[in-house]
Design a protein around this ligand. Structure first.
Ligand SMILES: NC(=O)c1ccc[n+]([C@@H]2O[C@H](COP(=O)([O-])OP(=O)(O)OC[C@H]3O[C@@H](n4cnc5c(N)ncnc54)[C@H](O)[C@@H]3O)[C@@H](O)[C@H]2O)c1
Length: 466
């Protein structure tokens, strides 16, 4: 499940030891097209989705310049203020690497095509829109033979998960390199912890726990659509509120813990059951919330060997905040993420209490390796420049499906298996590839301005009536 250089080396050693390296080498010249950086060695980048993370990912991309020249040359968004805000910020911090004149700034749902048309095969497209557009943008990137960095989550429903798995294979067949923004996998602390767990330091894993319990996060809580911009654009601008756009708060906020805890276990759970509800019904000014989220979720996942993983997510002001993750084994336990999505230090303990007296190990990471967002970009660009296999999409889809099955279990009040989630037929944003500025939103409000919410135990075969 790990794509780190260490694992690739291990795989090479395995092939060598088993005598399969000769056959692999013999095929090397014919097997895959070699899609690499432009002749002059400058990698060009297009940013699609110029919000908070888009600006961050573009800055991370430009910070790989010690590996070779890299430039941002095109940008696309559906809001011009978002595009210009990101452009101005990047131009301030990385002016010598930003070359985006007005004719390479694209506004609209077709902007992704125009931005990618500015690139050459082997360049990099960054996808940092809400997830509903991942498969649309990835399809075009593969057609244009572009390497890609795409943010998490990758999918919220069954049909697009299956589509993305197919696209992942197409990308590998074209030797494209694809990074996914599940940056825990690039945390040196979590990588060392993973190795220690494989080496048996805390025994067999029986219980994993993730907590993201904070205040009202992102755009998860929305009051009535004010009538402008269009309902579609408003929903996109408040994407955490809508399951079609983001998988809702459960998926967007909790996927990092779910992903890295499953990594520690080296498995995806086979099923989930969960509970959730909504206590906050009114905003501070007394207006009703109209979005699709619960404010509290507690999901129990079960692995094939019977081990459990609990993910608790709560968006509630004044309630006890916890934002960290843990692994418990037959011999001891680990603090996986000390704080936030994958904050160091990670540590291991004898027994089940994280007491200093019982501490076996605490991570110590060199300053230049401490930022997983920088690491994930160095590894992606390193793979592009050195033509190493690199495709994190299958894993990203599996993490997304695992997250979605927990959300669906809580939303329906039913036990949901991984296979049921992956093979479910409800597509939340059909026609995402055909959207224009005039398109209707995928989901509509009732006469009171409220969108359909989950009804556990009542609506059992889908997450909401629509
Ligand atoms: N890995 C992480 O730690 C991390 C952190 C934050 C966000 N994210 C992920 O990044 C993504 C974006 O989050 P954000 O916080 O930057 O949101 P944001 O709203 O700040 O940015 C999203 C941008 O995409 C634009 N956009 C939406 N649909 C578009 C389309 N079809 N074509 C072009 N542009 C479009 C929006 O106008 C907006 O500017 C989400 O999937 C989120 O989960 C990841």
């Amino acid at each position: 499940m790990n794509n780190t250089p260490d694992k690739l080396t291990t795989r090479r050693e395995f092939l060598k030891n088993t005598g399969r390296i000769a056959a692999t080498s013999a095929l090397a010249g014919v097997a895959l097209p070699h899609v690499h950086a432009a002749e002059n060695n400058t990698l060009q980048v297009a940013l699609i989705g110029c919000g908070g993370r888009g600006g961050g990912a573009a800055a991370n991309a430009l910070s790989t310049s010690k590996l070779g020249p890299i430039q941002l040359i095109a940008m696309a968004d559906v809001f011009d203020n978002k595009l210009n805000g990101a452009y101005n910020a990047l131009n301030r911090t990385h002016s010598s690497q930003v070359d985006v004149p007005p004719e390479r700034k694209f506004i609209g749902f077709d902007g992704y095509k125009k931005a990618m048309d500015c690139l050459k095969p082997g360049d990099i497209a960054i996808f940092t829109t809400p997830l509903a557009f991942r498969w649309v943008h990835f399809t075009y990137a593969i057609e244009k033979k572009l390497n890609v960095f795409m943010e998490k989550p990758l999918t919220a429903d069954g049909p697009t998960s299956r589509r993305m798995l197919g696209l992942a294979q197409q990308a590998s067949a074209k030797n494209l390199k694809v990074g996914v923004g599940l940056m825990s996998r690039h945390s040196r602390a979590l990588q060392e912890l993973h190795q220690r767990i494989q080496d048996g330091e805390i025994g067999d894993l029986m219980l994993l726990r993730g907590y993201r319990m904070q205040g009202l996060l992102g755009s998860a809580f929305s009051t009535k659509w004010p009538g402008t911009p269009s309902e579609l654009l408003w929903q996109i601008s408040r994407f955490h509120s809508f399951i079609w756009a983001s998988g809702g708060g459960y998926s967007d906020f909790n996927i990092h813990h779910i992903d890295h805890l499953c990594w520690m276990k080296n498995a995806w759970p086979v099923k989930a059951q969960g509970i959730g509800g909504r206590h906050n019904k009114l905003s501070s000014d007394g207006s009703p919330y109209v979005d699709q989220n619960f404010d509290s979720y507690s999901v129990e996942y079960t692995f094939a060997d019977g081990a459990k993983m609990y993910m608790d997510g709560r968006c509630m002001v004044g309630a006890h905040p916890i934002y960290s993750s843990y692994a418990h084994g037959s011999k001891g336990m680990a603090v996986v993420s000390h704080h936030s999505d994958c904050g160091e230090p990670s540590s291991t303990y004898k027994g089940q209490n994280p007491d200093r007296a019982n501490q076996l190990w605490v991570s110590q990471i060199a300053p230049d390796q401490r930022d997983p967002y920088t690491n994930e970009w160095n590894e992606l660009v390193g793979a592009i420049r050195n033509d190493r296999p690199y495709n994190e999409v299958k894993r990203g889809v599996e993490a997304s499906v695992t997250t979605s099955m927990g959300r669906m279990a809580a939303h329906t009040g039913q036990e949901i298996t991984f296979d049921q989630m992956l093979n479910h037929e409800h597509e939340y944003a059909p026609g995402a590839d055909k959207m224009t500025m005039d398109s209707p939103a995928p989901i509509h409000a009732d006469a009171n301005g409220k969108y359909p919410i989950p009804e556990p135990g009542v609506v059992k075969d889908r997450e909401y009536r629509a």
